[in-house]
Design a protein around this ligand. Structure first.
Ligand code: ATP
Length: 365
């Protein structure tokens, strides 16, 4: 079991900075997601924690011990790559026992350990089968077995389900999470899939261009994004952004969208530059009597809900409604915003303005 902390960690490849000064802590037993688009520095961050890449500067601690310059072999972690890296000519039991036998553990002890792991993974009945003929799911379980058999301090996984089709991926992600809950080992998991990160993670770090944009529990990141990037990257459809050139003064609880006053969470810092008004599609209501107006330009049926797109004076707004609501393209209507769920951003920096609502999550009160 392990707590892992990275402090001001940076990685340069020649003149290119892949990871800019990053700081965050992964608590013992957490299922921790490194999330971001391709090339944002997730894998490099994971490899530095694992000791497969050395940081250019900064410190990495495992259980309080600084390990930044130590090789992987001295960190006692298990790196699970895409899960099919097995020895195809060996039987399942041999694949799982291999790391222990090569460490010189006595055979009887190895047998007992492999039996326990097989029980946890539900693969006792295939221990004597060759890996070659197994289904994808069983291969994943065997690969996991080989990783967990050593009782490492932590598991590192880099897009382990990336190669799977959607249905199987969903199934395996549930299994991985359930396995983690049984074993409670610290797990660091790289993904570019925001839904996977939200479903599986206890905590998430969102990265972009080598920068940590936000770090926290999934719900806080969804409800109170620290930046426009996070608001857009998390959620499908993403948060709506309405740009307007208004002033927001300290203590202000109202902004003007195209001359219509809209109540917002009281901001603690003013700005006289451009402001972006952010609201998630499920927090907009359509109300004929509301003064802020829009025209329906598209509807997208999703089963129990539908996504309705309206053109407004400040740009398009997507609204999530029940599919039972009768909405037609061309309808003119008013939009009502739930004040508690609005985030205001500084348009220039993309950062969320401090407000009464988001202070606790983003700025520690
Ligand atoms: P992906 O999901 O595509 O792997 P990622 O977020 O994991 O993306 P990294 O693999 O960490 O991103 O790469 C971050 C950046 O660093 C990329 O621009 C990549 O090209 C660059 N990079 C990674 N490894 C090296 C290397 N050994 N030498 C030079 N540049 C590298």
């Amino acid at each position: 079991m392990a707590q892992i902390r990275i402090e001001n960690v940076r990685k340069d490849f020649g003149a290119f900075t892949a990871v800019q000064s990053s700081t965050f802590t992964i608590e013992d037993g957490e299922f921790f997601m490194l999330l971001g688009p391709s090339g944002c520095g997730k894998t490099t961050t994971l490899r530095m924690m694992a000791g497969l890449e050395l940081p250019t500067s900064g410190d990495i601690y495992i259980d309080g011990e600084e390990v930044g310059q130590k090789p992987a072999s001295q960190r006692d972690i298990a790196f699970v790559f895409q899960l099919f890296a097995l020895y195809p000519h060996m039987k399942v039991g041999k694949n799982i026992s291999y790391p222990l036998l090569s460490q010189g553990m006595p055979k009887a002890q190895v047998k007992k350990k492999v039996g326990e792991i097989a029980e946890i993974l539900g693969i006792t009945d295939i221990l004597n089968k060759p890996v070659g003929g197994l289904s994808g799911g069983d291969r994943q379980r065997v690969a996991l077995g080989r990783a967990i058999v050593r009782d490492p301090k932590a598991f590192f996984m880099d897009e382990p389900l990336g190669a799977l089709d959607a249905e199987f991926r969903e199934h395996m992600s549930e299994e991985l999470r359930a396995l983690h809950d049984r074993m409670n080992a610290t797990t660091v998991y790289v993904t570019h899939d925001q839904l996977e990160a939200m479903q599986m993670g206890d905590k998430i770090v969102v990265m972009n261009h080598g920068v940590v944009e936000q770090f926290g529990v999934p719900q806080d990141i969804y409800d109170w994004p620290a930046t426009k990037f996070v608001a857009q990257f998390i959620g499908s459809p993403p948060m709506n952004f309405l740009d307007f050139n208004g002033m927001v003064g300290t203590g202000s609880a109202e902004v003007y969208l195209n001359d219509v006053a809209v109540t917002v969470p009281e901001v603690r810092e003013g700005t006289n530059g451009g402001i972006t008004f952010g609201i998630r599609p499920e927090h907009v209501r359509l109300d004929d009597g509301a003064p802020y107006r829009g025209r329906v330009i598209a509807t997208e049926y999703l089963g129990t809900t539908q996504i309705v797109t309206l053109a407004t004076a400040n740009g398009p707004v997507k609204v999530r409604l029940s599919s039972a609501d009768r909405i037609n393209v061309g309808d003119q209507t008013g939009l009502q915003f739930d004040a508690r769920t609005i985030t205001l951003f500084n348009s220039e920096t993309g950062k969320a303005l401090k407000s009464e609502a988001n202070m606790e999550v983003l700025f520690n009160g």
